[in-house]
Structures are given as structure tokens and as C-alpha cells.
Ligand binder design. Structure first.
Ligand code: UD1
Ligand code: UDP
Length: 353
């Protein structure tokens, strides 16, 4: 693991491994290293410390991935595990899968088979390559399973487990109700505000696009007269400064810990996001979602009606927000029953024999 979503989505697997006889350790690449993007989640989700932290930090894609490959290979040679689990679609995921398969060690990919079919996204390259390096592919849904089979991956390698984000939400929602008090902190009422997040490279590193997204959020605030709260990802924070973007009518706050974020998300009237995990969580929590992108690797959310694609043009963002505000919120959760972590561990155990 190496980034915020990987920590959150592997936490349910780690919780099970903590009480299992299988021996395991955590290798952290250090892709995310700021307290608010990394350590806070270990503390709050009560995860054991990583045995190794490569501390690769930031850099170009090749630099960052290259440093990870070198570091991971050396640790795997020393530890010689039976299986390495990677999660999602980050540079950490790709480096983990690639270094492992080249050493002849089995790779398990948690959240396999997602496709946006947009090769301009670094994540699309990472997830596709990780899938094709993997021996055990843990697909969240039947749809992601079918995608993998269509790409020629043998059926025997693919397991539909559900997405571990459901486990994470189920395990932490009640706790968040008791332990977090973000509504008071940000002076908002349940159902009386919008939650926004945007951090994708293709959105926030592109000045024109990022400005259009901010304008869209400002227009949403003006049109519906409700606060828009945006916990700003570290990449996006840097770009707001670089591009000297003036923000009016949108509340920019620091990235939140998981319990606080879950509370803010579950009480929001509507979510506007370009995050993968947030599209899923909104769907699970019954909160309508407007996705600030032109495609999604989570088409299940569009099919059940919890989510729509708005792209990044301000007027379109407002239009889609209006559409979702009028929506019945009784869609089914397509991402599983909250036992994905258990299934992953069971399958790994059977594989090791
Ligand atoms: C990465 C993943 C993305 C995932 C996101 C989750 C890749 C290619 N991208 O994007 O798929 O959705 O994590 O949040 O793997 N920075 C800090 N502190 C940190 C980490 C980053 O200040 O702890 C800043 C640095 O300026 C860095 C920038 O954020 O250059 C981007 O970080 P990076 O890990 O390269 O990509 P993310 O945008 O975080
Ligand atoms: N998240 C969080 N605090 C925040 C924003 C997001 O804890 O301020 C959580 C959110 O609940 C979700 C995950 O981070 O589980 C999503 O991560 P991110 O959007 O960074 O990455 P993506 O899912 O797009 O890869």
C-alpha cells in the first residue's frame, strides 16, 4: 500500500489477517506521507504499523514507480512471501504487482477489473497492467469479472468478492456517528450542504479544467443556496496556489480523517467528486453523486442511478446537480455485502494450501 484509498480499502483485509494464523506484513511505499493523507488513517483505523516504509514520496511517474520497484524487489527477495496483495490503481499498485510477478511470486489484486477505457488516466494504465500481472483477481462485481474474462484472463483466476469499501463503510459508519462532530465544526446541518472533492491529475493539473470545476461548484452554491464544503487534496491545494485560483462561495478545508469524512459524506445532500472511492461510498450511503469527469470505471453506480457524469463544464455541473437532487434515493448497493475482506483472505489461504 502507499496512498490514502489503499489504506482505507485494505484496512478490512488487515483486520482479518490480524486475527488469522496466516503470517503477513505491511509494505508501505510512502507514496503518501503527509500526516493527513497517511498516518491519520493508521491511527484512526487502528492498523498495525508497516514493517517497511520505502519513503519514496513524490516525483514524476517514472521516478516514483522506479524507486518503488527497486525497494519492493529488495524486500520481497528478503521476505520471500507466498502471495503479495495490491489494491486499486495507483503507482504503488502497479509497482507492487510488477516487482512481485517478476520474482515469480503470486500477485493478488484487490479491486480488479475496473476500466474507464480512458488511457489518458494514469490509473487506467496502472489497473490494466496490475490485472494482467495477477494470479488472483478479486473483482468487486460480476461486471468487473466479465471485463477481465473478455480481456482473456482465465476464469479460474477471477473471484467476485464485492468491494472492500463496503466493509470499510459498514465497519466505520456507526463509529463515525459517535466519535466525529464535523457538522458542528463546520457549522452545517444534516442534508443542508453539498460535499465536493476533486484531485485527479487530469482535472486539477489542467488550469482551465480546474478553474471550470471551481466555477461549477460556486454556481452550485449560488443556484441552490447551500454551503459547498471541499476537503482539498494535497495535489489540488498545490494547484490552487500555482494557478492563483480565487475561490468564492466554496468552503475549502483540509483533508479529513476517515470518520470525519464519512460523517460529512453520509449527511450531505449531494456529493460532487472526481474520486473513485467517493463515487462508491456515496452509492453505498444513499447520497446522490455528480461525477466531475467524462467517464467512470464504476459504471455500476450509473446503472443503479446513484451517480451521473457531469464532466467539468460549470453549467453542466449545475444541471446534473439539479437532476440528482430530484432523484429517489432507493437504489441498491452493487458493491457487495461488506464481507469482501473475509473472502479475499479465504481465497488466499486456499491458494497457499
Ligand atoms: C495518487 C494516485 C491516485 C489516487 C490518489 C489518492 C497515482 C498515479 N495516483 O494521486 O490514483 O486517486 O493518490 O488520493 O498513483 N503530496 C503531498 N503529500 C503527500 C502526497 C502527495 O504533499 O502525502 C503532493 C505532492 O506535491 C505530490 C502530489 O501531492 O507531487 C501528488 O501526489 P501523488 O502521490 O503523485 O499523486 P496523487 O495525486 O496523490
Ligand atoms: N477520504 C477521506 N478524507 C478526505 C477525502 C477522502 O478520508 O478528506 C476518503 C474517502 O472516504 C474514500 C477515499 O478517501 O474512502 C478516497 O480516496 P481518494 O479520493 O483520495 O482516491 P480515489 O478513490 O479517487 O483513488
Amino acid at each position: 500500500m502507499g496512498t490514502r484509498p489503499e489504506i482505507i480499502k485494505l484496512a478490512p483485509v488487515i483486520r482479518i489477517l490480524e486475527h488469522d494464523t496466516l503470517d503477513y506484513f505491511i509494505l508501505h511505499t510512502g507514496q503518501h506521507y503527509s500526516y493527513s493523507m497517511d498516518r491519520v488513517f493508521f491511527e484512526q483505523l487502528e492498523l498495525p504499523d508497516a514493517k517497511y516504509n520505502l519513503d519514496v514520496r513524490s516525483g514524476s511517474h517514472a521516478e516514483q514507480t522506479g524507486r518503488m520497484l527497486i525497494g519492493i524487489e529488495s524486500i520481497l527477495k528478503k521476505e520471500n512471501p507466498d502471495v503479495v496483495l495490491v489494491q486499486g490503481d495507483t503507482n504503488t499498485t502497479l509497482a507492487g504487482a510488477l516487482a512481485t510477478v517478476k520474482l515469480g511470486i503470486k500477485v493478488g489484486h484487490v479491486e480488479a477489473g475496473l476500466r474507464s477505457y480512458d488511457r489518458k488516466m494514469p490509473e487506467e494504465i496502472n489497473r490494466t497492467l496490475a490485472d494482467h500481472c495477477s494470479d488472483l483477481l478479486f473483482a468487486p462485481t460480476e461486471k468487473s469479472r466479465a471485463t477481465l474474462i473478455n480481456e482473456g484472463i482465465p476464469e479460474s483466476r477471477v473471484f467476485v468478492t464485492g468491494n472492500t469499501i463496503v466493509d470499510a463503510v459498514f465497519q466505520n459508519l456507526e463509529i463515525s456517528k459517535k466519535r466525529a462532530n464535523v457538522l458542528e465544526l463546520f457549522d452545517v446541518e444534516s442534508g443542508g450542504y453539498f460535499l465536493a472533492t476533486a484531485h485527479r491529475q487530469e482535472n486539477v493539473d489542467n488550469e482551465e479544467r480546474f478553474k471550470a470545476i471551481i466555477k461549477g461548484l460556486e454556481k452550485v452554491h449560488e443556484e441552490f443556496g447551500l454551503p459547498v464544503v471541499y476537503p482539498v487534496h494535497v495535489r489540488a491545494r498545490r494547484r490552487i496556489k500555482d494557478f492563483k485560483i480565487e475561490v468564492n462561495g466554496v468552503r475549502l478545508i483540509e483533508p479529513l480523517d476517515y470518520l470525519s469524512f464519512l460523517q460529512l459524506e453520509s449527511n450531505a445532500r449531494l456529493v460532487l467528486t472526481d474520486s473513485g472511492g467517493v463515487q462508491e461510498e456515496a452509492c453505498i450511503l444513499g447520497v446522490p453523486c455528480v461525477t466531475l469527469r467524462y467517464n467512470t470505471e464504476r459504471p455500476e453506480t450509473l446503472e443503479v442511478g446513484s451517480n451521473v457524469l457531469a464532466g467539468t463544464e460549470p453549467d453542466e455541473i449545475v444541471k446534473k446537480a439539479r437532476e440528482m437532487l430530484n432523484k429517489q434515493k432507493n437504489w441498491p448497493n452493487p458493491f457487495g455485502d461488506g464481507k469482501a475482506g473475509e473472502r479475499v483472505v479465504k481465497i488466499v489461504r486456499e491458494e497457499i494450501g
